[in-house]
Design a protein around this ligand. Structure first.
Ligand code: BGP
Length: 479
C-alpha cells in the first residue's frame, strides 16, 4: 500500500531562476535574462515591450540567480542529504547553442550539465530534465521572431538531439516544454514572442499568432519524442502543464459550463501531446474564427505518431468561475483570474490553498489521459525570516506540504492514480518566475540573497529540511 518503492521524491528548479553565470563559458543571452524585477516585468512577460537588451536602472535577478552554476556540488550534496531520489532542473538553451541557430553545440555548456548529472548519479538521484523552461536564445527572438517562426523547429530539434545524445545513460526523464499552456498568457516568456502593434490592437490577430506558435511547440515536442526514441529506447519524454482545475461558482449549469470552458483552455495543448491530435473543440475554434494557420499533413502525422510517455504538471491552486460576465475576476496565481473561494485560505501572495483540489486534479488528469502522471511542481511561496539562531521555522510550509502529500497519497492509494513521483517547487530558494523576487521563497534550504541582489549566498537548512527528509525516508508514511 502507499507509494510504490520506486516513487521519485525530490525537488524542482529551472535554469534561469537559479544558475546565474548568465554570460560565462560562452553562454548566450536569453529572453528570461532581460525581464527585470518591477513594473516592466508583467508587460515584458506578455510580449508587450519591444526591447531585447538590459534597460539601465533595473535589476535583473536571473543574471545571478543563486549561483548554482558555481555551487552545484554543495547544493546537490545538500539535497542528497534529504534523500532526494529525483532532482528536476532545466537546460539553459543558450548555454548549449548560444545564438540558437549554430550547427555545433558549445562544449562548455554541454560539459556543465554532464558534470551536474554525474554529480546526481553519484548520489543515486534521477535528474528530471526540462528542455525549455521559459527560455529561448535572444538571437532567435531578434532574428526569427521566436516561436512564431517555423524555422525554430529545426533549431529545437538540433538542440534536443545534442542533449539526448550527450546525456544518454545519464538522463532518463525529459520534459519538452515547461507549462506549455502558459504560452497564451506569457508569449514572450514562454515563446520569445514580441507582439506587433497590430497584434496588440487586434485580438483575432494576436490569437492567430499564438495558436501558430503553439502549433510549432507541439510539433517540436513530437519531434523531440521521435528523436529521443531514435537515440535511446530507455528515455521517457513527458508533456508539462500548469494544472488549472476550475470549480463552478454555483451548481447553476451556466456556471458549470463556464468553468468547464475555462478549464478546457488549459488542457488544449496537452490533449494534442497525449492523444496525438487536435481535439474537436480546437478544430471548431480554428474554423469558426477563420484562423489562417500553417499546419501540414506531415505535422499531423508527427503529432499522431509521437505522443508523450507521461504527463507532468505543476499544482499550486484552484480557480472558481461564474457565467456572470459582469462580475470581475480577481487575480489568482501569476497570470490567472478567479472568483473568490470562501472555503479556502490564501498564501502570502494571495494564492488559494487547496490540498483537496490536488487530489481532484490528480484524478481529473488521470481520468482524462490514462497515462502515468508526474507532479513536478507544488509548494508554498512565503516570506521566510531568520530567527535569533539563524534558523527559519517554516512550520507553515511543513503544514502546506503535509496536507498536499496526504491528498496525493489518497489519489494513489484509494483512487488508483498512476504517479511516478513528486518534486516540490524551488527545493532550494530561487528567483520567482512571476515576480522576479527572492523574497518569495519555496525552499527547504534558505539562500542569503535579497530582491536587490545583496547577500552572501550562504545556504542554510530550514526546519522543513529535516521534515522532508523524514517524509522521503518513510516513503510518505511519516508526514
Ligand atoms: C511555475 C513555473 C516555475 C515557478 C512557479 C512558481 O509557473 O513553472 O518556474 O516559478 O510557477 O511561481 P512563482 O515563482 O511566480 O511563485
Amino acid at each position: 500500500m502507499g507509494f510504490n518503492k520506486d516513487f521519485l521524491w525530490g525537488g524542482a528548479t529551472a535554469a534561469n531562476q537559479f544558475e546565474g553565470a548568465y554570460n560565462e563559458d560562452g553562454r548566450g543571452l536569453a529572453n528570461v535574462d532581460i525581464i527585470p524585477i518591477g513594473e516592466l516585468r508583467r508587460p515584458m512577460m506578455r510580449g508587450q515591450i519591444n526591447k531585447t537588451d538590459f534597460i539601465e536602472g533595473y535589476h535583473y535577478p536571473a543574471k545571478e540567480g543563486i549561483d548554482f552554476y558555481h555551487r552545484y556540488k554543495e547544493d546537490i550534496a545538500l539535497i542528497a542529504e534529504m534523500g532526494f531520489k529525483a532532482f528536476r532542473l532545466s537546460i539553459a538553451w543558450s548555454r548549449i547553442f548560444p545564438k540558437g541557430d549554430e550547427e555545433a553545440p558549445n562544449e562548455k555548456g554541454l560539459q556543465f550539465y554532464e558534470d551536474v548529472f554525474k554529480e546526481c548519479q553519484k548520489y543515486g538521484m534521477e535528474p528530471i530534465v526540462t528542455i525549455t523552461h521559459f527560455d529561448i536564445p535572444i538571437h532567435l527572438v531578434e532574428a526569427y521572431g521566436g516561436w512564431r517562426n517555423r524555422k525554430i523547429l529545426g533549431f529545437y530539434e538540433n538542440h534536443a538531439r545534442a542533449l539526448f545524445t550527450r546525456y544518454k545513460g545519464l538522463v532518463k526523464y525529459w520534459i519538452t516544454f515547461n507549462e506549455i499552456n502558459m504560452l497564451f498568457d506569457n508569449p514572450f516568456m514562454s515563446a520569445g514572442i514580441i507582439l506587433t502593434e497590430e497584434e496588440l490592437e487586434d485580438d483575432h490577430k494576436r490569437r492567430e499568432t499564438l495558436y501558430q506558435a503553439a502549433h510549432h511547440q507541439l510539433v517540436a515536442s513530437a519531434i523531440a519524442v521521435k528523436t529521443a526514441r531514435e537515440v535511446d529506447k530507455e528515455i521517457k519524454v513527458g508533456a508539462m502543464i500548469a494544472a488549472t482545475t476550475t470549480y463552478p461558482d454555483t451548481p447553476n449549469p451556466d456556471d458549470v459550463w463556464a468553468a468547464h470552458l475555462l478549464e478546457r483552455t488549459g488542457f488544449f495543448l496537452v490533449d494534442v501531446q497525449v492523444r496525438g491530435e487536435y481535439p474537436g473543440y480546437a478544430k471548431k475554434e480554428f474554423e469558426r474564427n477563420n484562423f489562417n494557420l500553417h499546419i501540414t499533413e506531415e505535422d499531423l502525422k508527427l503529432l499522431k505518431e509521437n505522443t508523450v510517455d507521461y504527463l507532468s504538471f505543476s499544482y499550486y491552486l484552484t480557480l472558481v468561475k461564474s457565467a456572470d460576465e459582469s462580475r470581475t475576476d480577481a487575480k489568482q496565481g501569476n497570470v490567472l483570474t478567479s472568483h473568490p473561494n470562501k472555503y479556502l485560505e490564501k498564501t502570502d501572495w494571495g494564492w488559494n490553498i487547496d490540498p483537496k483540489g490536488f487530489r481532484i486534479t490528480l484524478n481529473r488528469l488521470y481520468d482524462r489521459y490514462n497515462i502515468p502522471l508526474f507532479v513536478v511542481e507544488n509548494g508554498l511561496g512565503a516570506y521566510d525570516t531568520l530567527d535569533e539562531n539563524g534558523m527559519v521555522q517554516d512550520d507553515y510550509r511543513i503544514d502546506f506540504l503535509a496536507k498536499h502529500i496526504e491528498q496525493m497519497k489518497l489519489a494513489v492509494e484509494v483512487d488508483g492514480v498512476d504517479l511516478l513521483g513528486y518534486t516540490t517547487w524551488g527545493c532550494i530558494d530561487l528567483v520567482s518566475a512571476g515576480s522576479g523576487e527572492m523574497a518569495k521563497r519555496y525552499g527547504f534550504i534558505y539562500v542569503d540573497r535579497d530582491n536587490d541582489g545583496n547577500g552572501t549566498l550562504e545556504r542554510k537548512k530550514k526546519k522543513s529540511f529535516n521534515w522532508y527528509k523524514k517524509v522521503i525516508e518513510s516513503n510518505g508514511e511519516d508526514v
